[in-house]
Design a protein around this ligand. Structure first.
Ligand code: 5AD
Ligand code: FES
Length: 353
């Protein structure tokens, strides 16, 4: 097999590698190869995005969840989780505050909570759109039937985030109970694309049982799906889950995957995630230097932030919070990039304003 630098150049040129080549790169690169990858990733990101970093305000609307993912702190079997759900007024107040702070995308994320029926969400989306017509609405509320995704799209939702978690069905079965279906999850992503959402998918780096070959499969699945956004972050163990004693993912592995994604899909929206900022104080800046171009500060009411506890030590105050967007701006400036106050749609996206 060729050396890693040659493969990185080949990826930049052709925007694809074989599964074997990806797996080899992921397993065998040196620190120097990684630095080379990040250099190329910055060149490629600047071609489409210049120095801009897009902002999304994350509103964690509920931590009730019907699912039981083995890695997740808000899984239904975690009886120690302190459950909450925001009211429509709470959510509108978050948007109001976010708007004043310069946010033009609101991401409503939550567990799979039956309280948020189509009716409740359609009304909420309508209200947000009429008060903030220049803002994009992103939903991240898990799996739903296609006609239900359609209703939310028709109500005005622009984007949907649903991480595939792993492209491999067998690996999916090692991370989830048997009644959660990999086929259904992947189908949801194709449905979302078909409806016309800007779609985000993604996976965790360093989950139990993950191998370089499995990460290579994630890369190839993403290439096939052609999403507009890909969210990746390290797996971070949560003390009240079946994976409490498993090892977490590393900063290095996560940054390397970010770099590969940037070269494979130059126009991708690639967030530097909270999980990366959690395991390393300057993780978010490092993510931007490895090819990421989006940050998603927390806009949830301070009173619930600690409760949206997906993994241990999740950062939710200080520079992580939307209220501190100016401090975040200073940190981002240290990387040579700058926050852009706009909806931050995918390049070439014909939005429905
Ligand atoms: N560590 C890191 N990320 C996690 N997520 C859930 N649990 C964890 C964890 N323990 C991620 C999943 C999910 C997203 C909302 O958060 O990938 O899709
Ligand atoms: Fe809620 Fe995974 S535990 S979707």
């Amino acid at each position: 097999m060729e050396n890693c630098k040659t493969l990185i150049s080949q990826l930049e040129e052709t925007q694809i590698l074989s599964k074997e080549e990806f797996a080899f790169l992921i397993a065998s690169h040196s620190e120097e190869d990684a630095q080379y990858l990040f250099e190329r990733a910055r060149v490629v990101r600047e071609r489409y995005f210049g120095k801009s970093v897009y902002l999304r305000g994350l509103i964690e609307i509920s931590n009730y969840c019907a699912n039981d993912c083995y890695y997740c702190g808000i899984r239904r079997s975690n009886e120690t989780a302190d459950r909450y759900r925001l009211t429509e007024e709470d959510i509108l107040a978050c948007c109001e505050e976010g708007y004043q702070l310069g946010f033009r995308t609101f991401v409503m994320q939550g567990g799979e909570d039956a309280h948020f029926t189509d009716e409740v969400l359609v009304r909420l989306i309508g209200n947000i759109k009429s008060r903030f017509p220049d803002c994009a609405i992103t939903l991240s509320l898990g799996e739903r039937a296609k006609e239900r995704y359609q209703k939310l799209f028709d109500a005005g939702a622009d984007r949907y985030l649903l991480r595939h978690e792993t492209a491999n069905a067998q690996h999916y079965a090692q991370l989830h109970p048997a009644w959660m279906s990999h086929t259904r999850r992947i189908q949801c992503l194709w449905d979302l694309k078909d409806i016309g959402y800007q779609v985000g998918t993604g996976f965790m780096v360093g989950t139990p049982f993950q191998t370089p070959e499995l990460l290579a499969e994630d890369m190839l699945f993403i290439k096939e799906l052609q999403p507009q956004m890909v969210g990746i972050g390290p797996f971070v163990p949560h003390h009240a889950t079946p994976f409490a004693n498993e090892a977490g993912g590393t900063v290095e592995q996560t940054l390397f995957m970010l770099g590969l994604l940037r070269l494979m899909m130059p126009q991708l929206l690639l967030p530097s995630t909270t999980a990366l900022g959690t395991i390393d104080k300057t993780g978010r800046e490092k993510g931007l230097m490895a090819g990421a171009n989006v940050v998603m500060p927390n806009l949830s009411p301070v009173s619930v932030r600690k409760k949206y506890d997906l993994y241990d030590n999740k950062i939710c105050t200080g520079d992580e919070s939307a209220q501190c967007v100016n401090c975040l701006g200073v940190r981002i400036a240290s990387t040579g990039y700058r926050i852009e106050e706009s909806r931050g749609d995918a390049p070439g996206w014909n939005n429905r304003l």
